[in-house]
Write a protein of this length. Structure first.
Length: 63
């Protein structure tokens, strides 16, 4: 009987680990999408700041 308990434990643990891997993939996708959004926002902010500075100091560029 003890061998049955051991085998059931092994099967249940392997099943739960496969479920965890899919959950980890979803979490990884969410993190990567959040990082992409942050990077896009950072790029947009830098572009806007650069544009504003150009407009502000247009007279320094010359003719």
């Amino acid at each position: 009987m003890s061998s049955r308990k051991g085998s059931s434990k092994r099967n249940s643990s392997s099943h739960s680990s496969s479920g965890d891997s899919s959950a980890n993939e979803v979490i990884a996708r969410n993190k990567s999408s959040k990082l992409r959004k942050k990077q896009m926002m950072r790029t947009i902010k830098l572009f806007v700041a650069r544009f504003r500075l150009r407009k502000k100091f247009r007279f320094l560029r010359g003719p």
